[in-house]
Design a protein around this ligand. Structure first.
Ligand code: FES
Ligand code: FES
Length: 171
């Protein structure tokens, strides 16, 4: 599917670049200005609003998604730079109606309050497990220190990640 929005008054056809991304397993084509961030592309042009905009400055981690399997702050990433990449968001983690093990663990361990940081926390936790950096509570805290939780649910977030740390299907 190609998504092309009407240009704003300050924007001309010449400003646009064609890119392809695979988002949650589905190929998508976009014609976008080069200044559109991956976060805005996901939220504003695909309605994937599970990925949150907290600070929009790379300081809170609410916008964390996985690009080619690696966690990134999507607010700091221009979408055109990721042409050809595979992007996973919180919406793509559940499979066949079953929550991803980390999603279930966050529920089981009461690892959120308002939930605003939660999609970024979970995507970041998937990345940490894939990186093989989660070995104990201290390492989880360290490697997820870029994901802030204003509600202070950190203890339960770490417990949730610890509970699935050894599961292959949590990566
Ligand atoms: Fe991207 Fe805060 S919104 S790091
Ligand atoms: Fe509210 Fe983390 S649960 S910010």
């Amino acid at each position: 599917m190609t998504t092309t929005l009407a240009p704003s008054p300050a924007e001309t056809r010449d400003d646009r670049i064609d890119i392809t991304l695979t988002v949650n397993g589905r190929p998508e084509h976009f014609s976008i200005p080069p200044w559109v961030t991956l976060l805005d592309l996901l939220r504003e042009r695909m309605d994937l609003t599970g990925t949150k905009k907290g600070c929009d400055h790379g300081q809170c981690g609410a916008c964390t998604v996985l690009v080619n399997g690696v966690r990134v702050n999507s607010c700091l990433t221009l979408a055109v730079v990721r042409d050809g990449a595979a992007v996973e968001t919180i919406e793509g983690l559940a499979k066949d109606g079953t929550l991803h093990p980390l999603q279930q663990a966050f529920i089981d361990h009461d690892a959120f309050q308002c939930g605003y940081c939660t999609p970024g926390q979970i995507c970041s936790a998937v990345g940490v497990l894939r990186e093989g950096r989660a070995t104990d509570a201290a390492s989880i805290r360290e490697h997820m220190s870029g994901n802030l939780c204003r509600c202070g649910a950190y203890t339960n977030i770490v417990d949730a990640v610890l509970s699935v740390m050894d599961r292959e299907d949590a990566r």
